[in-house]
Design a protein around this ligand. Sequence first.
Ligand SMILES: NC(=O)c1ccc[n+]([C@@H]2O[C@H](COP(=O)([O-])OP(=O)(O)OC[C@H]3O[C@@H](n4cnc5c(N)ncnc54)[C@H](OP(=O)(O)O)[C@@H]3O)[C@@H](O)[C@H]2O)c1
Length: 300
Amino acid sequence: MATIQQTPRKTVLITGATSGLGLAASEEMAARGWHVLAVGRDRDTCDQAEQAIRALYPAADLVYFTADLAAQREVNHLAETVCDHLDREQRCLDVLINNVATFRTWYTVTEDGLEMQFAVNHLAGFLLSVRLLDRLRQSPAGRILTVSSASHKHIRVDWARIGSARAYWGLIAYKQSKLANLLMTRELNRRLHDSPVKAYAVDPGLIATGIGTKHTGGLVAWFWRRRSRQGLSPYQSACTLIWLSKMPPDWQSDAWYFAHCRPAQPGRNACSEPDARALWAVSARLCGLPDDCLNGGVSG
Ligand SMILES: NC(=O)c1ccc[n+]([C@@H]2O[C@H](COP(=O)([O-])OP(=O)(O)OC[C@H]3O[C@@H](n4cnc5c(N)ncnc54)[C@H](OP(=O)(O)O)[C@@H]3O)[C@@H](O)[C@H]2O)c1
């Protein structure tokens, strides 16, 4: 049986924690003795993931929360439940890891009337970051880590028409959502410049997971199975998330995009301040929040 390493007990919330990178990162953090708040879509997959981690670390300080992050109603409810939990445990939140993502070949609409990949891969993390900001502010060095991808490069977006059904192409929509991860990170840092809370985006590299087979079919699923075999294991890929999460409060870096535990070069379009502002405005509107939601007292 593996032993838990006792290090300063961070409190970390991670979404998409029932498979792939999120499951591996949850296990790695539980192994370090951190207080892990893991989020999965439904109770069955959460129970299976928790059992898998507890088989290795029976005393893991781990709680699984369920929420379908495609629905803003459930993201808001998750934030409230997490805040209640933190109050009961008398803890702040040290790290929020926005890891959840989906890849869809077909145009799919959420209950809020939004395109699924934009809603899950970007808006869920945006809304959760806003709702949990007050708890991150209570930490000596709150961190918002958002899992993006090198595929954000060489793509442009018309933010006013994001998520349109017209000429939908799954891969393009996925790449746009991953570009949104970087632009959100950039804008969070601009808006939080006078706060100890910092946001970082992470490229986890190509990983051997099932993301490209869950909501696709035929050739796409076949291609992903072949390609992902060449990828890192989810445990190898989790190293950058763990490395950033465990940095001491006085650690400073001018970089805001990381891969393989090192600063990485973001794509040109990820560095556009007008696009970052435009995306923020669209995201806030689609979530029913004011543009200045970080100062407006809407977080939990
Ligand atoms: N795999 C790669 O090569 C690669 C490369 C670059 C970046 N990334 C990024 O790495 C991150 C993790 O991806 P992965 O490869 O580990 O994929 P994965 O194994 O499919 O993990 C995605 C997680 O998100 C969950 N999820 C999806 N939709 C959800 C929803 N509506 N509500 C709640 N949970 C939901 C999934 O649960 P269900 O299984 O229940 O849907 C799963 O736990 C993503 O941000 C992805 O974009 C991956």
